[in-house]
Design a protein around this ligand. Structure first.
Ligand code: DAH
Length: 358
């Protein structure tokens, strides 16, 4: 019986000291397993005298129950400790910044429209709009392009069935008809830009049946060609971010302006790399001129009192030049990999700032 008490203390002590479930299981086997110490003692009961056996049997059973309960208890303690340790180790740091989610990109066309709008907006121009479906009076006749004029053929027009006020419907071939619409609804001084879609039946690496232009129109009493030059030089230099960008006005012809000019900017193709701003080559980028008096008249404005300047520029061309995009058709292929590469972060400060503060 004394031995039993010693065994009890030894086993209970060891159970309390057990550090993990494995050690506890080993102790269970040592005490209560088939060849365990308590099991061994129980086997010895058979050889005892009945009186002795009764007493020893009761004591052994109690010991067995006690040990089983201690193991059970310890097992629960170990489980709780393990859980707390795991919770401690795997706890979330809610103050960590969130992982960035997939973000959309601004299409280079939208970006370029925004940049040009910001530059001209700073000069006091506001944005005007007109319909994509035009009639041939606004798109051609009012702009001094009569039916037999070769410019009508050059424009490869998409005509639509139907008429508006006796004029054939078409998809506008340029943003210039918005000049007429604005002059008919607003009194001078007029200072507008018109970003928008335009359409011509044409398709290759530099032409698409749908493309974008920005039109500019300024009408006031004393507007002259110097204003036109200053405005467009500033636009080109700021847009391309080259302060001393060479800008050349080359005489040209448009039915709706007189005189007319095309604007070229300096560039170089030295060593196979194309660069804007330095070198002795010229690149045409836009058309402009002083508004033809006939166009002012068609817009209901007295050409004796007012004069104006106008310009038109292709957005895709500007974007291709500034951002090195080689093929115009890729703008409309809606290839998400292309957009990831050439697109702009919606959260970034517009690139224009870089241009203004190099
Ligand atoms: N509308 C012309 C085109 O699409 C571009 C243009 C040239 C617009 C000269 C103008 C201008 O306002 O003055 O080719």
């Amino acid at each position: 019986m004394e031995n039993l008490e010693a065994l009890r203390q030894e086993l209970i002590g060891a159970i309390e000291q057990a550090e993990d479930p494995k050690a506890l299981e080993d102790l269970r086997v040592t005490a209560l397993g088939k060849k365990g110490k308590v099991t061994g003692l129980m086997k010895g009961l058979g050889a005892m005298a009945p009186e002795e056996r009764k007493e020893a049997g009761a004591a052994l059973n109690q010991l067995k129950t006690e040990i089983a309960a201690a193991i059970d208890e310890k097992s629960k303690t170990l489980e709780t400790a393990a859980l707390s340790a795991r919770l401690e180790a795997e706890s979330l740091d809610v103050t960590l910044p969130a992982r960035p989610g997939p973000a959309g990109k601004i299409h280079p066309i939208s970006q370029t429209i925004d940049e040009v709008t910001m530059i001209l907006g700073d000069m006091g121009f506001s944005v005007a709009e007109g319909p994509d479906i035009e009639d041939d009076w606004h798109n051609f006749s009012a702009l001094n392009i009569p039916p037999e004029h070769p410019a009508r053929q050059e424009h490869d027009t998409f005509y639509l069935p139907g008429e508006r006020d006796g004029h054939r419907l078409l998809l506008r071939t340029h943003t210039s008809p918005v000049q007429i619409r604005t002059m008919l609804t607003e009194k001078p001084p007029i200072r507008i830009i018109v970003p928008g879609r335009t359409f011509r039946c044409d398709y290759d690496a530099t032409h698409s049946p749908m493309f974008h232009q920005i039109e500019g129109l300024l009408v006031d009493e004393s507007t002259h060609m110097g204003h036109l030059k200053g405005c467009l030089e500033e636009l080109c230099r700021t847009f391309f971010g080259v302060e001393d960008l060479p800008v050349r006005f080359r005489p040209s012809y448009f039915p709706f302006t007189e005189p007319s000019a095309e604007v070229d900017i300096g560039c170089t193709r030295e060593g196979g790399t194309f660069r804007i701003g330095h070198g002795d080559e010229w690149l045409e980028i836009l058309g402009c001129g002083m508004v033809n008096p006939k166009v002012l008249e068609n817009g209901g404005i007295d050409p004796e009192k007012y004069q104006g300047f106008a310009f038109g520029v292709g957005i895709e061309r500007l974007a291709m030049l500034k951002y090195g995009i080689p093929d115009l058709r890729t703008f409309y292929e809606t290839d998400i990999r292309w957009l990831k590469h050439y697109g702009f972060s919606p959260l970034a400060v517009p690139n224009l700032i870089e241009g203004l503060n190099p």
